[in-house]
Design a protein. Structure first.
Length: 158
């Protein structure tokens, strides 16, 4: 089986599963349908929003750091070590926030421990981004997102 056949099989199985689930869901009467949307009222709703925002803004900052490091290297033949530290801080924040986001969405028992780790990563990322906030809007935005995320992490951290 080549790659194309594997992809087609995977898509077909996904569509079949989705169709079956949709059919089964449609077969229920409206009176029997008691599906609740818990995410909006979740005790982790604010944490989910903060980690999602921080991850999104952090991706922009990380990409910006890479561009700046590349431009500096092209002009001087050397990389910008300060931007490298910022990029590393953002990358570590992204890893922890994305893991926390996933765990919080699942109501995992590991949320408090992961929130403590994400809190530390957000604080470190903020420190690095603050060094560049006057020259780079992306760094300022990331630092602010980290502050908001850290605030929510503190509320649930173990």
């Amino acid at each position: 089986m080549d790659r194309r056949e594997m992809l087609q099989s995977g898509v077909a199985m996904t569509l079949a599963a989705t169709s079956t689930a949709a059919f089964a869901q449609g077969a229920k009467s409206d009176a029997a349908h008691e599906h609740h949307h818990h995410a909006a009222s979740s005790k982790y709703a604010a944490l989910i929003t903060a980690t999602s925002d921080c991850s999104h803004i952090g991706q922009i900052c990380a990409a910006h750091c890479i561009v700046i490091m590349g431009q500096t290297a092209a002009l001087t033949g050397k990389g910008d070590k300060e931007m490298a530290a910022c990029a590393k801080g953002v990358a570590q924040m992204l890893a922890t926030c994305q893991a926390l986001l996933s765990l919080a969405a699942q109501y995992s028992k590991y949320v408090p421990k992961m929130a403590a780790l994400a809190l530390a990563a957000c604080e470190d990322c903020e420190k690095e981004c603050r060094k560049h906030e006057k020259e780079h809007k992306e760094c300022k935005d990331c630092a602010e997102a980290c502050v908001a995320c850290a605030r929510e992490c503190k509320k649930v951290a173990a």
